[in-house]
Write a protein that binds this ligand. Structure first.
Ligand SMILES: NC(=O)c1ccc[n+]([C@@H]2O[C@H](COP(=O)([O-])OP(=O)(O)OC[C@H]3O[C@@H](n4cnc5c(N)ncnc54)[C@H](OP(=O)(O)O)[C@@H]3O)[C@@H](O)[C@H]2O)c1
Length: 176
């Protein structure tokens, strides 16, 4: 089995066009890599996730823990420094707290940490492969703990609902 791996088909139209063009040449579009996490759910809001499902294209989720934010290591009192600090401001981190608190609570019931819950939430969407970035072996080991179990369906929806409530936040933009 072979197929084209595409980076950044961030609109449904572009995805469908690429799929159709490749199909004419007998090449399946196997993978589309886009930014997708609990706090950046644009692929499910703009039709890209649904179209991937329909067309049999695996969605690769980059930045799946929002550059470490969904690990819970940042707080309004301890925001990230450098470029991450431009997006994940104390104001953002304050609005994020109800979601992070629930992620932590749910994680405790499974013996999992927030990073693992956040990655598991993505795999629970089906047809999604998150590719978290690790800077050391410990972080990579944590990612492995996101595998082999599943959040309950009502927990998946509860976290989505809490995430939707984080409004008025300037997030990284992927132009479509
Ligand atoms: N296709 C594209 O346009 C595109 C764009 C961006 C990224 N990507 C790819 O997607 C992958 C991941 O994206 P990403 O690095 O932006 O985001 P991410 O996976 O959401 O965040 C990774 C960062 O979070 C921190 N982290 C990792 N594990 C942690 C843990 N267990 N606890 C606390 N902090 C942890 C690490 O940084 P610190 O330790 O420094 O905090 C790490 O670099 C990479 O392979 C990257 O190449 C692709």
């Amino acid at each position: 089995m072979y197929g084209m791996v595409w980076y950044g088909l961030t609109s449904e139209k572009r995805l469908r066009d690429a799929h159709a063009r490749l199909k004419k040449r007998g090449v399946p579009l196997a993978v589309n890599q886009v930014n997708y996490s609990l706090i950046y759910r644009t692929p499910e809001e703009n039709g890209v996730k649904a179209a991937c499902d329909e067309l049999g294209v695996t969605l690769i989720a980059y930045s799946p823990i929002a550059q470490g934010v969904l690990s819970g290591k940042y707080t309004p009192e301890n925001p990230p420094t450098g470029p991450r600090g431009n997006t994940y401001t104390p104001e953002f981190l304050t609005k994020l707290q109800p979601l992070m608190n629930r992620i932590k609570e749910i994680g405790v019931s499974y013996g999992k940490n927030p990073t693992q819950v956040s990655l598991n939430w993505l795999t629970c969407q089906g047809n999604v492969v998150p590719i978290p970035g690790a800077k050391n072996a410990g972080q990579a080991m944590e990612f492995a703990g996101a595998l082999g179990w599943s959040l309950a369906a009502d927990e998946v929806e509860e976290l989505r609902t809490l995430a939707r409530e984080i409004k008025g936040i300037k997030m990284p933009i992927e132009e479509s």
